[in-house]
Ligand binder design. Structure first.
Ligand code: ACM
Length: 677
C-alpha cells in the first residue's frame, strides 16, 4: 500500500526545529537592519548594493577595484546570437534609468555593455549549457556565453549588480553603477523549479507571467503548473467543454466559507504563458493530477452522457468514495479517484495528455499521482492507472513526471521518468522509500521535501496570519529551513546524479491573490534557487554559507519593494536599508530658487514609517528635517518604499545636488545624494 500513503497535505505533522540566526556582516555602502541588533557600523556612500549580493551565488566571483557606470550614452553591443537578449536588457533598464540604450552591432566602446554568443565561452563543468562569463570593469561590461540561456542568466546577474531601484518602474537619476567584478558561473542542477497551484485558487495568465519573471531573475528555469485538483479544472480541453463550464467554477472555500470564484484559461492563454516563459528560458510543465485529486474532472464528466467522444455511460469513471460524486470545496484530500477500468477514463485522460503535451514544448508531462489511499483505490488499480497513463505520456513524446508515489509497487514507468519527492522524511525514515523506489526503477528525482520546499507552509507559528498551512512545519519553516539542507544527501542511498534538481511548491488552499502568493514565495524561493544553482557546500544554521546567503538576501528586499513584489520581511534576514534618489521639482523666480517634492525613496523592509526619519543637507549650510510618508506595514503585505519629502528656498544660486541622511530603527544612518536640475 505504498501509494496509499497515510500522509496528506492536510494531515501530516512533522516537527522540525526553527532556528533564528544572527545577522551576517554588512557590506560597505548600505546598512543591514536587525530588529534587535541596534545600530551597526556603516560607511554610507550612496547607491551600490553589497558587492556580493548576487543570488544564486556564482560559482566564482572575484571583486575588482572601481565601478562601471551606465550612462545614457552607453550602448548594448551585441552579435547576431545576442540580439534578442540585448534588446531585452535594454527594455528592462529603460523604466528606472530613463535611458533609451541603443542596441548596436560592431565593436564596443568604453561605457558599453558588450554581449556576445560565443561557442568558445563554454564554461568547463557546465553540463546544462547555462553558464556564462561576466566581466565588469570601469571601462565596460562584457558578457559571453555559449548558449542564449547562458546569456540570459548573465543578464540576470547584471540586473542584480545594479542598484536596487533598477527593479522599479519609477524613473530616477541614478547613478547606475555596478561594482567591478569577474564572474564565471554555471548551475549545479538542470532543473530549478517553481510550482504554482492554480487549481485550489485561480490565477489569471497575467499574474502567472509576473510570477515567472519574479522567479526567472533567480535563474529558476522550470515553472510547474498544477492545473487541476479536486476543487477546479483550469484549462480548456477540446471535446470536453464541461471540464471548464462545470469544472472550473469553484475554488477552495467556494461553498460558503470565503468566496473565491474559479476561472479557467483558454488554450491560447496557456500558449501565451508558455511563450512568455520561453523568452525567459523557463520551461512550463503542465500537471493534471491523477488518479486522485480530481473531483473536478469527475464532477464535470460524470454526467456528460451526451458527449459523442464518451460511450454514453461516463458514470463509470468515478471510483471516489462518494457515489454519486459531490463537490467538496474544502482542502480535503484522498477521496476522489478515476477508475482505471473505464474506457471513458482513458478517452478523457488521453485528450488531456495529448492536448497539453502538444501545447507544451518542454520535455515533461506531469501526471500527478499523489495521495490516493488504498481505501479509495487499491494499490493494484492505482498502479494500473499510473502505468497505462505513463505509456500514453511516453507515446506522446514526453518524459513522465509525477509526485514520488508514482514509483510505488507495481507501477511501470519508463526509465528516466521524474519523481518529485515531497515527503518530509529524511535519511532512511519511513516515507523515503518513494525516493529510493524511484531510483531503483531508473527514475530521476526532483527534491521538494515539504518541510524544506513547500512554500505554502507558514514561516512561524501564526505567521503569516490567515494564510499558510502548518502540517509539514508546525513550528514554522522560515528561510533557514529552506536553505539549510542538501538535495543530494537528504535521503540515504541517493546519489547526486540521481537528483536533477529542486522545486519550491506553492499550494493554494489558503491564498486568494498574487500578493499572498508572493508573500509566501519570497524570500524562500531564492533560497531554493541557490540550492539548485550554486555548488554544494555545507549549509547549516551556523555555517559561513548561510551567513553569506543571509547578507545577500538582505539586499533583495529593496529590489522587491522597488518592483512591487510582496514578501515577508522575516526577522531572520538582515534587511538592508537602501535609499534611491528621486527627482525633486525645481523652480526659479527673481533670484530665488525653490526645491520641493519627493527627494528620495527609502526601502526599509519591515520598518514602520514612523520609525524612519530623514534630514536634508541643502548645500547652502542649512539642514532641515524631511517628512517620510508611506503606508505600512500591513497584514500579509510588506511596507512599500517610503517617500522623503521636503522643500527649501535658496537665495541666489542653488547647488548641483543635496544630500539626505536617513535613519531607520535598528540600523545606522545612510546618506544619498540627490541631483538638482
Ligand atoms: C502533495 O503534496 N500531495 C504532492
Amino acid at each position: 500500500m505504498a501509494a496509499a500513503t497515510t500522509m496528506t497535505r492536510a494531515g501530516r505533522r512533522t516537527g522540525r526545529g526553527w532556528l533564528v540566526v544572527a545577522c551576517a556582516a554588512v557590506a560597505s555602502t548600505v546598512v543591514a537592519m536587525a530588529p534587535s541588533a541596534g545600530a551597526r557600523p556603516s560607511h554610507p556612500s550612496a547607491h551600490a548594493g553589497p558587492a556580493t549580493s548576487v543570488i544564486p551565488k556564482p560559482v566564482t566571483q572575484t571583486m575588482r577595484h572601481g565601478h562601471f557606470a551606465l550612462t545614457p550614452h552607453s550602448r548594448i553591443v551585441v552579435n547576431a546570437g545576442a540580439a534578442a537578449i540585448g534588446a531585452d536588457l535594454a527594455a528592462r533598464l529603460r523604466p528606472a534609468t530613463g535611458f533609451g540604450l541603443r542596441v548596436a552591432s560592431g565593436s564596443s566602446r568604453p561605457g558599453d555593455i558588450d554581449i556576445a554568443l560565443d561557442r568558445r565561452a563554454a564554461v568547463p563543468g557546465d553540463q546544462f549549457a547555462e553558464g556564462y562569463r561576466l566581466d565588469v570593469r570601469p571601462a565596460g561590461v562584457t558578457l559571453r556565453a555559449a548558449t542564449p540561456h547562458g546569456l540570459f542568466n548573465g543578464v540576470q546577474t547584471i540586473r542584480q549588480l545594479l542598484p536596487a531601484a533598477v527593479a522599479g518602474a519609477t524613473r530616477r537619476p541614478g547613478p547606475w553603477t555596478m561594482p567591478a567584478t569577474h564572474i564565471v558561473d554555471f548551475p549545479r542542477y538542470g532543473y530549478r523549479g517553481f510550482m504554482l497551484d492554480i487549481a485550489r485558487h485561480f490565477e489569471p495568465p497575467s499574474a502567472v507571467k509576473r510570477m515567472i519573471d519574479e522567479a526567472a531573475q533567480y535563474k529558476i528555469n522550470t515553472f510547474h503548473l498544477h492545473l487541476s485538483d479536486d476543487q477546479g479544472f483550469r484549462i480548456v480541453i477540446n471535446g470536453f467543454p464541461r471540464l471548464t463550464s462545470v469544472g472550473s467554477q469553484g475554488s477552495v472555500g467556494t461553498d460558503g466559507r470565503t468566496m473565491d470564484p474559479g476561472g479557467f484559461w483558454t488554450q491560447r492563454d496557456y500558449r501565451s504563458v508558455v511563450a512568455y516563459a520561453a523568452k525567459r528560458f523557463v520551461t512550463v510543465v503542465p500537471e493534471v493530477d491523477t488518479p486522485g485529486h480530481n473531483n473536478a474532472i469527475i464532477m464535470s464528466e460524470y454526467d456528460d452522457t451526451a458527449n459523442p467522444l464518451l460511450d454514453g455511460h461516463p458514470q463509470d469513471i468515478n471510483c471516489s468514495r462518494n457515489n454519486p460524486p459531490k463537490w467538496n470545496f474544502t482542502g480535503d484530500v484522498g477521496y476522489s479517484a478515476l477508475c482505471p477500468e473505464s474506457a471513458n477514463t482513458w478517452t478523457i485522460l488521453t485528450a488531456i495528455i495529448n492536448q497539453l503535451s502538444h501545447l507544451s514544448p518542454g520535455p515533461y508531462y506531469n501526471l500527478g499521482g499523489d495521495e490516493v489511499p488504498a481505501t479509495t483505490l487499491s494499490q493494484d488499480r492505482y498502479a494500473a492507472l499510473v502505468s497505462r497513463e505513463a505509456g500514453i505520456v511516453a507515446a506522446g513524446g514526453k518524459t513522465v513526471m509525477g509526485w514520488a508515489e508514482i514509483s510505488s509497487p507495481g507501477t511501470r514507468v519508463p526509465p528516466g521518468s521524474i519523481a518529485e519527492y515531497w515527503n518530509p522524511a529524511s535519511g532512511s525514515a519511513a516515507g523515503t522509500e518513494t525516493a529510493t523506489d524511484a531510483v531503483a526503477k531508473g527514475m530521476k528525482l526532483v527534491m521538494a521535501p515539504a518541510n524544506h520546499a513547500y512554500l505554502d507552509q507558514k514561516y512561524a507559528p501564526h505567521v503569516p496570519a490567515n494564510i499558510g498551512l502548518t502540517w509539514a512545519c508546525n513550528s514554522g519553516c522560515d528561510v533557514d529551513q529552506f536553505y539549510n539542507w542538501d538535495p543530494a544527501s537528504y535521503v540515504s542511498g541517493i546519489a547526486d546524479d540521481d537528483v536533477i534538481g529542486v522545486e519550491g511548491a506553492l499550494w493554494a488552499e489558503t491564498i486568494r491573490n498574487r500578493s499572498e502568493a508572493e508573500y509566501l514565495a519570497f524570500p524562500r524561493l531564492p533560497a531554493l534557487a541557490e540550492l539548485g544553482w550554486s555548488p554544494r557546500v555545507t549549509r547549516t544554521a551556523d555555517s559561513p554559507a548561510y551567513a553569506d546567503f543571509l547578507g545577500r538576501l538582505g539586499a533583495q528586499g529593496a529590489r522587491w519593494q522597488a518592483a512591487g513584489t510582496n514578501f515577508y520581511p522575516t526577522p531572520e534576514v538582515p534587511w538592508v536599508l537602501t535609499a534611491a534618489a528621486g527627482t525633486p521639482r525645481t523652480s526659479s523666480d527673481h533670484g530665488t530658487s525653490r526645491v520641493s517634492g519627493a527627494l528620495a525613496t527609502v526601502f526599509a523592509p519591515g520598518v514602520a514609517v514612523a520609525d524612519v526619519s530623514a534630514v536634508v543637507h541643502w548645500g547652502d549650510g542649512s539642514t532641515s528635517a524631511a517628512r517620510v510618508t508611506g503606508a505600512g506595514p500591513m497584514v500579509n503585505r510588506v511596507n512599500r518604499g517610503y517617500a522623503v519629502r521636503a522643500a527649501h528656498t535658496y537665495v541666489g544660486r542653488r547647488p548641483g545636488h543635496i544630500t539626505v541622511t536617513i535613519t531607520a530603527a535598528g540600523s545606522a544612518p545612510i546618506t544619498v545624494g540627490v541631483p538638482l536640475r
